[in-house]
Design a protein around this ligand. Sequence first.
Ligand code: ACO
Length: 333
Amino acid sequence: MERIYAHITGVQGYVPDFVLSNDILEKLVDTSDDWILSRTGISERRILRTKGLGTSDMAAAAVKELLKKTDTDPSQIDMLICATVTPDMVFPATANVICHKTGIKNVPGFDLGAACSGFLYALTVATKFIECGQFNKIIVVGADKMSSIMDYEDRATCVLFGDGAGAVLLEPGEEQVGVMDSILKSDGEGVKHLHQKAGGSVKPPSRRTVSRKEHFVYQEGRAVYKYAVQNMADVSAEIMEKHGLSGADVDWLVPHQANKRIIDATAKRMELEPEKVMLNIHKFGNTTAATIPLCLWEYENKLKKGDNLILASFGGGFTWGAIYLKWAYEPVV
Ligand code: ACO
């Protein structure tokens, strides 16, 4: 029997209009454009400011456009997975809300939490449902409203994050393109370095948790950096070695956008020229689960059928991983 491959057949992103520049942050916390740019590579990020809107609204905007551009009726979708750490509510799943807002009905929808690696985890899960022949059209979303869990008095963390959403459509095909392989890893040792202290079952919300700012991201940046720079480069090298790929064989690195210095170290380890590295960190910052699909969306018109892409990420958990993807379609003109 021919192997079925999971092809990405469309990609779409959404970012809110409001631009939070380094200049504005200079007025909020003791920082400077020079520090932020030289330590992280970020100049600005987008923030969803409209009251009452959440992660599902950005995701739904991306999914609606994705359905339109791929000429897909919502009734054709077999499953939707949403990777996020900022769900609309603790329950139900944001995926269910996105389906409701986009007209997708009576199909499985669930959220997947793997922090910044969420999109790679979700894409891997969706791939298995396609490869086994169970489903024909799956939407994988990566979306986060990081501004909702950000302490805009914590200068070491608030300068890093932004809001956004990206979505891909996954379909089966016999042609040998699409998701070729994935390597996913996690290590709970990372919990202490990067987490949200309250709001879960261990420490439900209370006046005390709010006054102690325990609903915001807690990050020990230096420790996370050390793990991230090592593991994102290691896992990218591992998937290349497994498939006999050299830097010359790889057309694009699609890295999670947490810090430009982590991205540069990964590209160097892969022996890739800078022109082959997708970047949007300068204008969107770290949008957590959305960084990778937002990159694919922005570079879509540069991608050719058969291009070898390595998607790589590192994030809270710790979680990290890499996907070897062959692009499945020519640029749309
Ligand atoms: N402006 C000015 N100075 C600052 C700022 C700021 N915004 N933030 C920190 N500093 C200061 C610190 O206080 C420190 O001062 P000190 O030496 O007097 O104590 C100095 O700058 C250096 O601080 P470091 O934390 O060592 O700075 P570093 O070079 O490590 O950069 C950063 C910090 C950008 C957070 C980096 O550590 C990083 O990128 N870490 C990894 C982030 C990441 O990958 N996260 C994973 C994904 S997130 C997720 O999964 C949800």
